[in-house]
Write a protein that binds this ligand. Structure first.
Ligand code: SAH
Length: 253
């Protein structure tokens, strides 16, 4: 019996899948991909005769059923999901179901969209002395968010934040970020379809971003980045400072 491979597809650009993911995709007999978010260009890597299924129209039972059937026949089954599978990937439930059936699985890391978005913007989430932490979160939708993880409480840290799955309620996000403690001039950007050909980057502050997002009519596949790391203040790191010694380099006296 073959195992199932959970592969992170990367954020969109078809060259942003890992080499390991690419190799698996090109030899897979069955590919079940998340059609709502995975760039279909990635399916060009599949071999002739590969059976391709779009999971956006399927239930968990159907997905697991396909995996089981494939694994039992000794086929190579790839479950292709957007970005990295560990971030809002609904992977746990798939893994648990496979365990019940005695089917092994292996996960292949992917480039998450929050990393693709940073690369597209050419920015760093952890700017020395501005912010050294990154909060990855969302606001509640049909999936609730635990009470102790309210966005207002994260906002009180005023560090770098990436907000997934929340663009449809940008006005509420902004209101709650302000309530939590960010100042209204705090920079915020929205990255739509990071690394896709259709990518759009919108830059503003907490006061004007909602209006800009509405004008661009962005309603899905977008990330909200907020914090002073997007602003004009920055400091150089000690790591490359010629007057600063560390394990690998001696400082100039
Ligand atoms: N596992 C994925 C996230 C899945 S949740 C990852 O690691 O990126 C789906 C949400 O991710 C979307 O609603 C959107 O907020 C974000 N997202 C996924 N791909 C994106 C992209 N290319 N650009 C911007 N946001 C993206």
């Amino acid at each position: 019996m073959e195992k199932i491979y959970f592969v992170g597809a990367g954020p969109g650009d078809k060259e942003l899948i890992t080499l390991k993911g690419y190799k698996l995709l090109s030899k897979a007999d069955i590919v079940i991909y998340a059609g709502s978010l995975v760039n279909p260009e990635l399916l060009d890597y599949c071999k002739d005769g590969c059976s391709i299924y779009d999971s956006s129209k399927m239930s968990l039972e159907e997905i697991i059923g396909l995996m089981e059937e494939g694994a039992k026949k000794g086929k190579i089954v790839v479950r292709l999901q957007t970005g990295d599978i560990s971030i809002y990937g609904s992977i746990r439930e798939q893994g648990e179901e496979l365990k019940k059936l005695g089917i092994e699985y292996e996960s292949i890391a992917g480039v998450s969209s929050f990393l693709g978005a940073a690369a597209s913007m050419g920015i760093e989430y952890t700017v020395p002395e501005i912010s050294q932490s990154l909060i990855i979160t969302r606001i509640e939708g049909r999936t609730p968010v635990p009470e102790k993880e309210k966005i207002e409480s994260f906002a009180s840290h005023q560090t770098s934040m990436v907000i997934f799955l929340s663009i449809q309620r940008i006005e509420e996000v902004v209101k709650r970020l302000l309530e939590g403690g960010y100042k209204k001039e705090t920079p915020i950007s929205v990255v739509y379809k990071a690394t896709w050909k259709e990518e759009k980057i919108i830059i503003g502050n907490l006061e004007n971003i909602s209006e800009k997002v509405k004008k661009e009519n962005i309603k899905k596949t977008a990330l909200i980045l907020v914090g002073d790391f997007l602003g004009d203040n920055y400091n150089y790191s000690k790591l490359y400072d010629k007057y600063f010694s560390h394990e690998y380099r001696k400082a100039i006296e």
